[in-house]
Design a protein around this ligand. Structure first.
Ligand SMILES: [Zn+2]
Length: 282
């Protein structure tokens, strides 16, 4: 399941198409669930001629903006929403004779033989389309990104207090507060903040020092992971990320090196360092 860093990486794949108009929209199988609730006929009819002007991501959702047609008094904007689901991805093709593959469910052809492609083998992804003067409700209703100014330390304390009996790991996976934070990112955050994943959320809500540390690590991991993944996908060896997947593995913190532990917490396989995050605090 792509987390916010992978989504950010996918979003940037289509950046090469910024400033260029869409010439043709190819959708081979409008009946698949990727397009549920979406007016595919309108998408095919309205997008050609529009210029891709901007894109943004929040958590697991992406939004691509298309400008009104110039000089025709057209006011409405078009918005394309993309959710990658379990295995979806975005890519760009640059050969003029490119033909969509079996899993290329949406292809936006631009001039110069370029094609912006959405692929999804599992069909858990989603394509949304909106036309209007204002952005769509399915975008504006999303919880604020953990990197936005609306995500504050006080807001974090309130949220943890309301879920004070939940293990921290389970709380961090709640998408209504931490959009796009998934399993590995939550483990990375807690390891950096030196908090045991089973610690009740309320214990941190009431402790200014630990609350500040958790808040800062949420921001740092989200920001840094997005940069690293967009750069070369190479995480420094000092990230827990690189050591968590296989059985075994040792804490990469300098001077620690303890054997990592794993258990199911919050319904997900959780990895932590028993020395750095040793005690379940309450
Ligand atoms: Zn350690």
């Amino acid at each position: 399941m792509p987390e916010l860093a992978e989504v950010e990486h996918a979003r940037r794949q289509w950046n090469v198409g910024l400033g260029a108009a869409v010439r043709e929209v190819l959708i081979a199988r409008p009946e698949i669930r990727v397009f549920r609730g979406t007016d595919v006929a309108a998408l095919r009819r309205r997008l050609p001629g529009r210029v891709l002007s901007r894109s943004e991501a929040n958590g697991k959702q992406m939004l691509f903006h298309f400008e009104p047609l110039p000089g025709k008094g057209e006011k409405t904007r078009l918005w394309l929403g993309v959710h990658l689901g379990m295995r979806g991805d975005l890519r760009v093709e640059t050969t003029a004779d490119f033909q969509p593959g079996k899993h290329d469910h949406l292809v936006l052809r631009q001039d110069g033989g370029r094609a912006l492609v959405f692929e999804d083998q599992r069909h858990f992804g989603r394509i949304l389309f909106h036309e209007g003067a204002e952005p769509p409700a399915w975008w504006t209703r999303l919880a604020p990104s953990v990197l936005s100014a609306e995500f504050t330390r006080d807001g974090l304390a309130d949220f943890l207090q309301r879920r004070r009996r939940s293990p921290l790991k389970a709380a961090l996976l709640m998408q209504e507060k931490f959009p796009g934070v998934g399993n590995w990112m939550a483990d990375e955050i807690l390891w950096r903040a030196r908090l045991h994943p089973a610690t009740p959320a309320g214990a941190v809500a009431a402790d200014k020092r630990r609350l500040t540390e958790l808040f800062q690590q949420i921001r740092w991991v989200a920001q840094t992971a997005s940069e690293v993944i967009s750069d070369n996908w190479t995480y420094p060896p000092t990230w827990l990320f690189l050591h968590r997947w296989e059985p075994g593995g040792f804490c990469p913190r300098r001077g620690c090196g303890a054997a990592l532990e794993r258990a199911t917490i919050g319904g997900r396989t959780t990895c932590w360092c028993p020395r750095c995050q040793g005690k379940v605090e309450s």
